[in-house]
Design a protein around this ligand. Structure first.
Ligand code: SAM
Length: 240
């Protein structure tokens, strides 16, 4: 019989997760952490949470797997349409106006906490449609969940996942395949999927737009501040 996280196990996992990636578990969502760690123990055939924690602490790859398993990756195409309306009608026109004053013609966008790719592909489709001649764009899509990044990189979405994509975009940027839709290469090529923990510097600078939606909600105030400062460092002076 597998052991449930006792108070000490819970505290230890909670602290490691928080220190590594800022995700905060509190009394109200303790049961989520409990069930995800139990799943891992079952899959790996490990008897106790304490034993698993000692493996995690010794092995960086196992740490990544554990962190991946405690993330919440809910997302969808064109999630929260008003954000994209503002992006199209306000943000990108301003970015272009500003860029016209300099020599750089590449609009650089970061989808931070991109999950399985629906957000960066949404941005990419929009950018394909609205980027004016003489300009181009590139998107970095990052997440701490390797499983999610692999889905994004693959670009296959089951029929049940494509809700929200306008018909015309679906026809233009996807190929119908068995059981779902495959993103076309021309769209995939505009995105670089990257494993990145938002608690660390991305290394990029002068980004024009950063999407960091539905990510900070999993952090407490101190971790939010750390992430916001890291994101700010990556942004250009006139950016969104
Ligand atoms: C709910 S999803 C949001 C996806 C997308 N931005 C959206 O709004 O639809 C949150 C994502 O943030 C990622 N995440 C959580 N903590 C992170 C961290 N410290 N570094 C990078 N990504 C993180 C999770 O793995 C998850 O995929």
């Amino acid at each position: 019989m597998l052991e449930v996280l006792n108070d000490q196990d819970y505290e230890q996992f909670r602290k490691v997760i928080y220190d590594q990636c800022g995700i905060t578990f509190s009394a109200t969502n303790r049961s989520i952490l409990d069930s995800r760690i139990k799943d891992l123990l079952r899959k790996k055939n490990i008897a106790t949470p304490a034993e698993y924690l000692s493996i995690v602490l010794k092995n960086p790859e196992e740490m990544k797997l554990m962190l991946d398993s405690v993330t919440t990756n809910l997302t969808r195409f064109f999630r929260n349409q008003p954000h994209f309306d503002a992006f199209i009608n306000y943000v990108i026109p301003h970015v272009i106006e500003h860029k016209k004053q300099g020599l750089d013609r590449t609009i650089k966008i970061w989808s931070a906490g991109c999950s399985t790719g629906e957000e960066p592909y949404t941005i990419a489709m929009i950018m394909k449609e609205i980027t004016p001649p003489g300009f181009d764009f590139k998107i970095t899509a990052s997440d701490i969940s390797l499983k999610s990044l692999m889905v994004g990189q693959q670009g296959f979405y089951a029929d049940s996942k494509i809700d929200g994509i306008p018909e015309a975009y679906l026809a233009k940027y996807f190929t119908k395949v068995e059981g779902g839709y495959q993103v076309k290469k021309e769209l995939q090529d505009t995105i670089r999927f990257d494993y990145h923990n938002l608690m660390n510097d991305l290394g990029a600078r002068n980004l024009d737009v950063v999407f960091c939606r539905n990510v900070l909600i999993y952090f407490d105030e101190a971790a939010q501040l750390t992430v916001i400062n890291i994101v700010l460092d990556a942004m250009a002076s006139q950016s969104y």
